[in-house]
Write a protein that binds this ligand. Structure first.
Ligand SMILES: Cc1cc2nc3c(=O)[nH]c(=O)nc-3n(C[C@H](O)[C@H](O)[C@H](O)COP(=O)(O)OP(=O)(O)OC[C@H]3O[C@@H](n4cnc5c(N)ncnc54)[C@H](O)[C@@H]3O)c2cc1C
Length: 501
């Protein structure tokens, strides 16, 4: 099949997506082989939110050769061990989603299965008590995991909270040092070739910028992928009805927590994201159940602290672009689709999106087959994340507002239905491939929402309960001892700034 050479990539947009793409491409390809030009407009602001991440970003930074202490100081970052979910399963209930597995296998069997067996036999220790990262988070402590650890109890992942604007600036410096050319200007026109591929974009100044491959990082509007190529959008709002967020920054009166907080409210949920110098807050809501003014009033009331910015309402529509890669245009970031930020997946999708393109083009050429297989992977990845997020609503037992009653009753995707049925039957975790959230994350949710299988897993049915309990208790004690030695999150941040880590 005829393949196309890529000698120049034009990136449209200079938000988190545009500069992440620029940095990753500049690190991967030599400037002799590939020219990269990024166009952004000072007249169009970036979305300005997007401050919580998942652990993939650690590997990304290692790959880019970014020093953690420099990044943390440049972006006012804090560390993130996971997310605390308040009032999700019911009012007053809390659970924590760590970036880690629980416990360690016992007698060769998965810890979760053993714990289910113990729970069934009357053991009262909570699943949370078998996670070092949850114990650290509860104690407001942080320490990096030991990369050489052989004890599974000491293995956990972490991520960051950071200032999105500062992050884009940080990556811009990185990318420009590696040859990325930045052009400031408002794109007013996109020209297509006769075969439907993009020929060039035109700026208000009249300058035309041509390329072989275009990355549309222009945000929700999808300047190239939608406005020029009319790719179409799969609307998932019947599964994910939240369609707006109001965001506000407040002062940080207390030491930052090493985790994000997500608090379920009457018509959605509120995020609390601690940075070193301030807190990012937002209420993600569905405007069928609450007006913008009511959402602003609720958030303003809940944050309690002095506000540093005016509350700002942002609209969105859950779903994914019909094609991630259409003709010679790839959509990255908000231009490619959006799943609400409940599990901080958008920045991760930028990373995996660019990785997919680079994996598909090791020699900087592509064919129709490359496009089709990359699109299929992207669609699957989005659907898997969608299902995981939908579970957060479907599994809730809340009945105190119309919003919660409706999401409990809604139809869910068949793929999610199958996963829930397999788990509830006998603790089987289905894996459809391209799963961003592994078994431990599903265990967190099922346990957090008090969902347990009808039949205990058969692989642990014959294990001796007393023996299991002895081993489990040793794990619990080891975790508590591990936490006792860890520094507070604030101490860790200041020691990192002093260059001692
Ligand atoms: C409420 C909310 C909360 C979120 N929270 C999180 C989170 O906690 N974690 C997470 O991972 N993600 C989160 N996200 C998603 C995250 O914000 C985005 O994935 C990320 O910021 C990438 O945005 P972007 O770069 O695609 O678009 P934008 O930030 O919108 O950037 C678009 C760029 O395109 C340029 N542009 C547009 N039109 C033109 C034009 N005509 N000419 C020239 N340039 C143009 C603009 O100047 C800008 O530089 C959140 C999103 C929302 C809406």
């Amino acid at each position: 099949m005829h393949s196309k050479q890529v000698k120049k990539i034009v990136i449209v947009g200079g938000g988190t997506a545009g500069w992440m793409a620029a940095a990753m491409l500049a690190c991967r390809y030599s400037r002799e082989d590939l020219a990269i030009q990024l166009v952004e407009s000072d007249a169009i602001a970036t979305v300005g939110v997007g401050e919580a991440t998942v652990p993939g970003i650690i590997q990304l930074h290692q790959h880019l050769g970014i020093k953690e202490s420099e990044f943390v100081s440049a972006t006012n970052a804090t560390f993130k061990l996971g997310i605390e979910f308040k009032n999700w399963s019911q009012l007053g209930a809390t659970f924590f989603h760590p970036f880690a597995k629980y416990g360690a296998p016992i007698a060769g069997q998965a810890f979760f299965d053993c714990w289910l067996r113990l729970k069934q036999a009357g053991y009262t220790a909570k699943l949370d008590e078998f996670s070092l990262s949850i114990a650290l988070a509860k104690a407001n402590k942080f320490v990096q995991p030991d990369d050489n650890a052989t004890n599974q109890l000491a293995m956990f992942g972490y991520a960051y909270h950071f200032d999105a604007t500062l992050y884009a600036k940080f990556l811009r410096a990185y990318a420009e040092q590696r040859g990325v050319q930045r052009t400031e200007g408002l794109i007013t026109q996109t020209y297509l070739q006769a075969d439907g591929n993009i020929e060039c974009v035109e700026l208000a100044s009249g300058e035309k910028i041509a390329g072989d491959l275009f990355f549309d990082c222009s945000g929700f509007r999808g300047l190239l992928i939608e406005e020029a190529l009319q790719t179409g959008y799969q609307d998932w709002s019947h599964w994910l009805p939240c369609n707006k967020a109001v965001a506000v920054q407040t002062i940080n009166e207390k030491p930052p927590t090493p985790y994000t907080r997500s608090t379920a409210l009457a018509a959605g949920w509120q995020w609390t994201i601690p940075l070193q110098n301030r807190i990012g807050n937002g209420y993600v809501f569905c405007d069928r159940y609450i007006s913008d003014d009511e959402a602003i009033a609720t958030l303003t009331r809940n944050v309690e602290r002095e506000m540093l910015t005016e509350p700002r309402v942002i609209g969105f529509n859950a779903g994914v672009r019909n094609k991630f890669w259409n003709k010679n245009c790839v959509a990255i970031g908000l231009a490619s689709g959006f799943i609400e930020p409940l599990e901080s997946t958008s920045i991760s999708l930028i990373q995996t999106g660019v990785e997919k393109i680079m994996d598909a083009m090791p020699a900087l050429e592509y064919s129709e087959n490359t496009i089709a297989s990359t699109n299929s992977l992207n669609q699957q990845e989005y659907e898997r994340i969608r299902d995981f997020i939908v579970l957060h609503y479907k599994a809730s037992a809340r009945e105190d507002s119309a919003f919660w009653r409706d999401v409990r009753e809604m139809d869910i995707p068949t793929t999610l239905q199958n996963k829930m049925s397999a788990y509830l039957k006998d603790a089987t975790f289905l894996d459809y491939g391209q799963e961003s959230f592994k078994d431990a994350s599903w265990q967190t949710m099922y346990n957090g929402f008090n969902l347990y299988p009808q039949i205990p897993p058969s692989n642990v049915a014959d294990l001796d309960v007393q023996q299991l309990m002895l081993v489990a208790e040793k794990m619990r004690a080891a975790i508590q001892a591990g936490v006792a030695h860890a520094p507070s999150h604030a101490e860790f941040l200041s020691t990192l700034a002093d260059g001692k880590f």
